[in-house]
Design a protein around this ligand. Structure first.
Ligand SMILES: [Zn+2]
Length: 269
């Protein structure tokens, strides 16, 4: 059931990057059934308003540029050990659909249909799950990579503008992409435009937990918005069409961050 990379290695016992990257193949009916049963049972709980999807994607075939140094990688193209899924079923189904034996192709990253096939695997899974959750009169949304065209499709094969969700929470983590608060505005604009302004987009902001240490901090996981950047990040998000902002890691907020947030959300702009 686990995803297989282009070298034939399973994400179960040879996960990419970090030990928890044990991704499943989205093309297995058993995987869908597992998710359907889990989310159905959660959606059945009366007090639950909705389901939030995370990690609904392939492993990063390209890492965000801000993380290259941490993992000592130069990801100038798609490398086989990070490229999924080449299980027998994915290879076979793609051959039936396209006539292409992807295992015989020298550089699969050049085959547009193979990319689309994998975008579609995730999209189909999400949309089937959305039908199940909506059938129980609950909402369903997801944390997604920014974009989708500029980043999410290229890095993790999320063509999320085709997903029938009720809201999107793009992780507009500017420091991972060497971007500033203006970058957050540009990406928010792309995201709102991608869903034609018809679905709420909540701009996910990445907060620096120890602002005074940021300059000396080598690990980009500890970077993020400083308190003095937070107001601009919120304004960029809202002025470019976000319905609101989202903090995935509120525990990283310092007192100074909370002060700025309080002031900014009560202001008109
Ligand atoms: Zn597969």
């Amino acid at each position: 059931m686990y995803a297989i990379n282009r070298n034939g290695e399973s994400a179960y016992d040879k996960p990419a990057y970090v030990s928890h990257y044990q991704f499943l193949c989205p093309n297995k009916e058993e995987v869908y059934d597992f998710l359907k049963n889990l989310y159905s049972s959660v959606a059945d709980v009366k007090e639950v308003d909705g389901i939030h999807l995370d990690y609904i994607r392939f492993p990063d075939v390209i890492l965000a540029k801000g993380l290259w140094e941490k993992y000592d990688l130069v990801m100038d193209k798609e490398y086989p050990q990070f490229d999924y899924c080449y299980c027998d079923k994915c290879v076979h189904d793609f051959k039936s659909l396209s006539g292409i034996d992807i295992k015989e192709v020298e550089d699969p990253s050049q085959v547009e249909e193979w990319k689309q096939f994998r975008y579609d695997l995730i999209t189909k899974t999400v949309n089937r799950l959305a039908d199940v959750v909506h059938g129980k009169n609950k909402v369903i949304n997801a944390a997604v990579f920014p974009g989708p065209n500029s980043i999410a499709k290229k890095l993790v094969r999320q063509e999320w503008d085709k997903w029938n969700l009720d809201a999107f929470f793009p992780m507009n983590y500017n420091d991972f992409y060497m971007g500033d608060t203006k970058w957050i505005g540009e990406l928010t604009k792309e995201e709102v435009t991608a869903v034609n302004g018809k679905k709420p987009v909540y701009s996910g902001l990445f907060i620096c937990p120890k602002p005074k240490n940021k300059a000396n901090e080598a690990d980009p996981e500890n970077h993020g918005l400083l308190p003095e950047e937070l107001e601009a990040a919120i304004i960029e998000s809202i002025q470019n069409g976000a319905t609101g902002i989202c903090l995935f890691t509120p525990n990283r907020m310092t007192d100074e961050h909370w002060e700025v947030l309080q002031k900014t959300i009560n202001a008109d702009f």
